[in-house]
Design a protein around this ligand. Sequence first.
Ligand SMILES: [Zn+2]
Length: 852
Amino acid sequence: MKKIIIKIMICLILIGASINLGISTDTIFDDPLVTITDPYDGAIFDNPNIEVMGNAMGMGIKRIEYEILYAGGGIYSNSFDINPPVEYYEFSIDFVIVEGSDGNLITITAVDVENNEGSDSVTVYYEPSGDDIEPPIVIITYPSDGDEFNESDIYVTAVGTDNIGIIGYGIFHKWEEGSEDTGLIEFTNPLEYVEINESISLREGWNNIEVYMDDLSSNRGFDDVEIFWVFFGLHIDSIFQPVQVVYQDDPLYPPDDLIGGPCDYEARTGMVTGKNTYLFGHPYSDRDHIDITCCNNYLYDVTFQYVLKIYPDGKEIWRSDNITVLAGEIKTSTFNAPLQCTGNRFQWDIWSDNAKTKPGKIELTIEPDYTWGRSPCNCYSVEVDVILYKTHDLKVLFVPFTFGDGPAFPADLADISRFTAFDICYTDTLKPWWNAIYPIRESGLDIHRNRLGNIQKNLTTRNTNEIVSDLATFQALDAAETTDILNQLFEGAAALGWMRQGVAGGYDRIIWLVHPDILNHPVWGNAAGWAYMCPPGTVKQGVLTDWNARYHLSTHEVSHTYGLDDNYVVTGGVLTSRGDHAVGYWVNENRDVLPAAWDLMGAVWDIWNGDRTWIKKPNYIELLERFTNQRDPEVLGISGYIDINDNVELNPWYKLDQGYIDLEWGTTGSYTVRAYDINNFLLYEAGFNVSFNMISDYFYKYSVNETLFNFRVEWNDDIKRIDIVNSTSDITIATRSISSKIPEVTITSPSSGDQIKQGKYEITWIGSDDDGDSLTYAIFISNDSGINWFILDFYNTDNSFIANFSSLPKGDYLIKIIATDGFNVGEDTTNFGIKAKNNIINIFDHWMLRLI
Ligand SMILES: [Zn+2]
C-alpha cells in the first residue's frame, strides 16, 4: 500500500474552517463506507506526529480525501487517486496535530466512480510534557511526492517552524546507487520560521530528497519526497524500410539510401502513390523481420500496442497485439516482415491537386492499453520520411503492321475478334510484371491490342518514291531507304499517340508489331526490337518489335523511349555480359527478386522462371523522375526530318488540348526550337539533339544521313511562329507560322446509324481548311462508345479508306476521322452498326468476358 506522508505547520494555514459535506444524489451505488480503526475518537498523544489508519469499502473507490481541522482554528486538506478504482482500500495517513482544548478533527472521505462519498471522523488531542522535545516541523512544498521529471535540474522548496528556534538545515539526497548530504547549514540567528529554496540535480530513475532542520535543543525534524527522473517513460527504437519495387537498402547499388536515425530516417527512393507497398526490416539482410525495442523507464509495468501510420494520409496501416513491458525492462519484439498489414500491403492515397510530389512519412508510435485508462505515455516515435510521387499513368497500344501485300499476320494477330495467345501473353504475363517494375500506381498500366483492325498498308520512301508493298521490296532497299521506312513508322507512332493523348482512349506509347524480317535486314543486321531514339535530351518515342516476341521485349523498348539505355556489354561484336543485376521485391506476387536477376535493359528473359529479369534501382529512379510530371497542359507536337547538312522537312504538327511535355522550355541542345509572338518577340526556346547513328538491339549500329525528331512542347496562345535553329551557327534551318484556322472534316459514309454488313467497306469524308492548307487524316474506330479508340489508318490524304470489317462482330461502333493542317486538328465522329451474319458465331462477347 502506498503511504502518503503529510506534515502540517499550523501557522501557515489560517484559512477559515469549513468542511465540505458532499451529498451524492446518485441512486445506483450505495455511498462508500469509511472506518477509521486507529486512533480512537478522543485519543490523547504526547507526540505531534500521528498516523491515522482505516479502510474504505464501496463500488469502485477512486479517491481518498483527508482533512484536519486544527485545535484553535486552521485547516488542511488533501487527496490522492486510486487507479484503477477498487472495492476495498486500506489507508494509512500521517498527520501533525497541535495543542488545544478543542482537539484536532480528522475526517477521511472516500469517493467512488459515481462521485458518491462516505466519510468517518475522529477528534484527537496533543498534550506535550517536560523540556522541549519538539523537533522543527518541516514541509517540502515542491516537488510533490511521486513527481516525474524529464530534466535533471530542479529546485526544492521547503518551510520549517519551531517553538524555540531553528539553527540550520540540510538536504540528504539518495538515489539507486548512492547518496549525498549537504550537512547542516547554520543560520546566523535561530529562526522560528524559515523558507528555503535550493537547486538540486536528479539522478536517473528513483530519487529521495530529504530536507532536515535542527532546533536549539538539537531536535531534528524532516520531510522527504520520492521523485523520479525519466528521459521518456517509454522509449522505443526500430528501423524499417518501405518497399515497392526496389529496396531502400539495395546491396547492388550502394550507398544505402535509408539515412539518418535513430528516430528519424530519410528514404531516398521515392514512393509512388496508389502503388502497393510493404514494410521490411533493415538492412537488406534483415529484411524478413522488423525488430522493435521498448525501454520502460517507469517503475511500473506498462501494456500498450505498437501502431504504424502513414502520412499525410493519417491512415493506420498496422497495429500489434498487446505488448507488456515490465518496469525497468528493455524488451525487443520481433515481427515477421513484410508486416502483416490488412491485406498485407498498403498504399499512399493519390491526391487530387496538380502537385507532382509531396512529403510523406511512416510513423511508429505506441498507444497505451486503453483498458487501463492511463494517459498517453511519455514516448516518442520512429519516423521514416519519404517523398511521395503522383506518377503518370501509361496507356500502351500494340498495333500489328504489315505491308499491303504482306507478309501475312500470324494467326493470333490476324484474328482481331478473339482472345488469342498473343492477348494471353500480354494480359496474363507481361502486364502484371510491367506494372510491377514501373513506378506507376496499381493498374496504372493499361495495354491494348489494336483489336478492331490491323494496319496493312504500303509505305513510300520519301526520297526515291519507291512503294514498299511487301517484304521482298523492303529487304531490297538500301540502308537509307530502310531507315526512312522505319522512321515513318516511328513518326506515325508518335503522331497517333499524340492525337489521342490527353483524352479518353489516348496512348502514351504505340508499339508496332512487325514481321521479324523487317527487323532482320540484310543491310543493317538483326534485331528483335527497335526504339526510335533522339538523344540526348532525351526524346525517344516509337517502338518496333518482332511480332513473335511477346514477353519483355516491348517493355525493354518502351523503356528506351523513357530514357533508359541498354545495359549489356558487347565485345568484338559478341554479347559478353548481360550488364547489371537487379534486386527488388515483387509486392503483388510476394516474391523476393534475388540478386541473380538481370536488369531489363540487359535481359528480356522470362521473369516467371527463376526471377531472371527485373529492374535495377538506378533505372527505376530514372523512370520515377520521368513519370512524375502530372501536368497535361496544351501542347504542340513538333516533328520533322533532318539530314547531316541541316536540311529539314517538317511533318504535320499537332496542337493538342492536353498532353505530356517531352521537351521543357528553357533546355539547351545542338538544335534550338524558338517560339515567337506576333511581334517577332522571342517567347520561349528549348534545345534538342539528334543522332545520325541508328542503334539496334542488341548491338548493331550504323550511320545514316538523315534522322527524325519528335517531341511535344508546352503551348501558349501567344505563339505565332516556330523556328528551328542550329545552335552552333545560329542559322534558322526551318520555320513554320501558325495557321489560325482549324480544319473541318465531315464523314459522308457511313451515315449516322447505318447498318453495315461484314466485309470490306469504304469510309469517305470531306475535309476543308480556310487557310487552304493540305490535310492529312487518321482514322480511328471504337466499340465501347469512345472509351478506347483503335487505329484503322494514318497518313491518309485520299478522303477515303477501304476498311476490312470482315471480322467485326455484330454491334455498335464509332468512326472518328482526325484531320491536321500541319498544326491544327479538326475531327468528326459518326456511329454505325455491324449486322450479324447467320453462320458467324459471335465470339466477341466471350473475348470481352475473358478480359474481365
Ligand atoms: Zn535495347
